[in-house]
Write a protein that binds this ligand. Structure first.
Ligand code: ASP
Ligand code: MG
Length: 426
C-alpha cells in the first residue's frame, strides 16, 4: 500500500490530467491518490471569496471564469459518448450552484470559516473530474471525501489534526477498499470539524494530507509528484547551478522545508518519520527518473550543502528601556505579544541587554506588535532582509552565498548556519 500525491501543477489542465492517468495506468498494487486543486484554482477561489465578501463588482465575472475553466477541462476529458458524461456534467453543475449559494452566504460568516467553506471547492472540483476520468480509463478508483477522513479542530485556515479520530476514520473507510484492490482517491488540503464544517490545513497543505493518510494506513511509501526532478539543494529562482539531492534525511527535509524550501510542506515529514515511511519526491515530467528519497537519518548518503532563502523578513531587536537585563519574565512578555499579534518567528538570539528576532513580514501585524512592545522596550528593526539557511555548510559556500552582503545576525549549529542578510546588491 502506498500513497501518491499530485499537486496543482500536475493537473493544471486536461492534457496534464491525461498525462497523470498514463503514469497511473502503468502502476500496480493498492494506492491512495491525493489531489490538489487544478493549477491556480486556489488563488482564483481566494479572489472570488474576497470579491463576494466585499461586494466587489467583478464578482460575477470571476465566478464565470472559474466555471468556464472547469467546464473546458470537463469537455476535453469526456466526450458525449462516454458513459458518465451526463452524470459528471450534472454533478459539476450542482457543485457550481452550491458554490454560488455559499458565496452569497459567505459574508454572514466569520472570514476564516467562509474561506474554508469556499476555497475547499478547488479540491472538490478537481477530484470530481479526475476521479471520474480515471474510472473511465478503467482504473479501480473510489472517491472518498477528505472531510470525513481528516478530522480537525475548528481553527479555520490552519486546522489542527485530531489524530485519534483521523486514524480511526482512515482505517475504517480506506483500508477495506485497499484490501479489495481498489485505489482510494481523495482531496488534499481539506478536513472536517465536529460541527460538520469543512476546514483547511493551510496553503499548500496537500502534502501534509498525503502524509496523514500514509501514516493512517501504515503505507510502505509515499510519493509526491512534482514539476521538478526532486528536492534540489537550492531554489533555482535564486541560484544557478542547483543540483538534485538523491537521498536526504527526514531532519534535512524538515529543516529545509521549515525555513522556506517550497518543495515539501513543512508538516509533511513528522507523520512519515514517526512510522519510518520513506518519502519519494519525483518528477511527473520524467516519471522514469528516481527523484529524491527522504528517509531515516542513519542511512549512509553523501551530504551536500543545501541553502534556502526566506525573503521578506524583518529583523527586530528589543531593548529594555531602563538598561536592565532581558530575563525570563521579559522574554515571556515578548513571546506573549508575538503570539497575540500572530507573528511567525524564524530565528532568535539574545544578549544581556537585547533580544533579536527574525520575523516573516507577511504574517500578523508587525506595526501593532511594535506599538505594544514600545511601552516596555525600545525597538529597532530592519525591513526587507533575507534569512539564509545553509544545511551542511562550508565556509566556501557561506562566502559564495553571502556574496558581499551585510550579515546582520548569524547563528551556527553543527549542521546548520543561519544568516540574516541585508538588501540584495543591484
Ligand atoms: N490547493 C491548495 C493550495 O494551493 C493546497 C495544495 O495545493 O497543497 O494551497
Ligand atoms: Mg498547490
Amino acid at each position: 500500500m502506498e500513497v501518491y500525491k499530485f499537486g496543482g501543477a500536475s493537473v493544471k489542465g486536461a492534457d496534464a490530467v491525461k498525462h497523470v492517468a498514463r503514469i497511473l495506468a502503468k502502476e500496480q498494487g493498492p494506492k491512495v491518490l491525493v489531489f490538489s486543486a487544478m493549477g491556480k484554482t486556489t488563488n482564483a477561489l481566494e479572489a472570488l471569496l474576497n470579491a463576494f465578501y466585499r461586494h466587489e463588482t467583478n464578482r460575477a465575472d470571476l465566478f464565470k471564469k472559474l466555471m468556464a475553466d472547469h467546464i473546458d477541462i470537463f469537455q476535453a476529458l469526456f466526450t458525449p459518448e462516454t458513459a458518465c458524461y451526463v452524470y459528471v456534467q450534472q454533478l459539476l453543475k450542482e457543485r457550481f450552484e452550491q458554490l454560488y449559494q455559499r458565496l452569497l452566504e459567505a459574508a454572514a460568516l466569520p472570514f476564516d470559516q467562509a474561506y474554508d467553506s469556499i476555497v475547499s471547492y478547488g479540491e472538490r472540483l478537481s477530484t470530481l473530474l479526475i476521479g471520474h476520468y480515471l474510472q473511465e480509463q478503467g482504473l479501480p478508483v473510489e472517491l472518498i471525501d477528505a472531510a470525513t477522513l481528516i478530522r480537525t479542530d475548528s481553527r479555520y485556515r490552519e486546522a489542527g489534526v485530531l489524530w485519534e479520530p483521523t486514524v480511526r476514520q482512515i482505517r475504517a473507510q480506506v483500508l477495506p477498499l485497499l484490501e479489495q484492490g481498489k485505489w482510494v482517491l481523495t482531496q488534499g488540503f481539506i478536513g472536517g470539524d465536529d460541527q460538520g464544517h469543512t476546514t483547511t490545513l493551510g496553503r499548500e497543505g496537500s502534502d501534509y494530507s498525503a502524509a496523514i493518510l500514509a501514516h493512517g494506513i501504515d503505507a510502505r511509501q509515499m510519493t509526491i509528484w512534482k514539476d521538478v526532478p526532486g528536492v534540489l539543494n537550492a531554489d533555482p529562482k535564486y541560484f544557478a547551478n542547483t543540483c538534485k539531492l538523491a537521498h536526504i534525511s527526514y531532519s534535512d527535509a524538515t529543516e529545509l522545508a521549515y525555513f522556506g524550501a517550497s518543495v515539501i510542506h513543512p508538516k509533511t515529514i513528522k507523520p512519515l518519520q514517526n512510522k519510518h515511511i520513506p518519502l519519494y519526491v519525483r518528477s511527473f515530467i520524467q516519471p522514469d527518473e528516481p527523484g529524491t528519497w527522504v528517509g531515516l537519518d542513519h542511512v549512509e548518503y553523501t551530504v551536500m550543502p543545501s541553502y534556502i532563502f526566506k525573503p521578506n523578513q524583518i529583523l527586530l531587536s528589543v531593548y529594555p528601556k531602563d538598561f536592565s537585563f532581558i530575563e525570563e519574565i521579559g522574554l515571556a512578555r515578548i513571546f506573549e505579544l508575538l503570539a497575540r499579534h500572530g507573528m511567525k518567528v524564524n530565528l532568535m538570539q539574545n544578549s544581556a541587554l537585547s533580544f533579536s528576532l527574525c520575523l516573516d513580514a507577511g504574517k500578523g501585524s508587525f506595526a501593532d506588535l511594535v506599538a505594544a512592545l514600545s511601552s516596555e522596550f525600545d525597538c529597532v528593526y530592519n525591513e526587507g532582509v533575507d534569512l539564509v539557511t545553509i544545511r551542511h555548510y562550508t565556509q566556501e559556500v557561506i562566502d559564495q552565498i553571502v556574496n558581499g552582503r551585510a550579515i546582520l545576525l548569524e547563528q551556527r549549529t553543527r549542521h546548520t548556519v543561519q544568516l540574516v542578510v541585508g538588501g540584495r546588491k543591484a
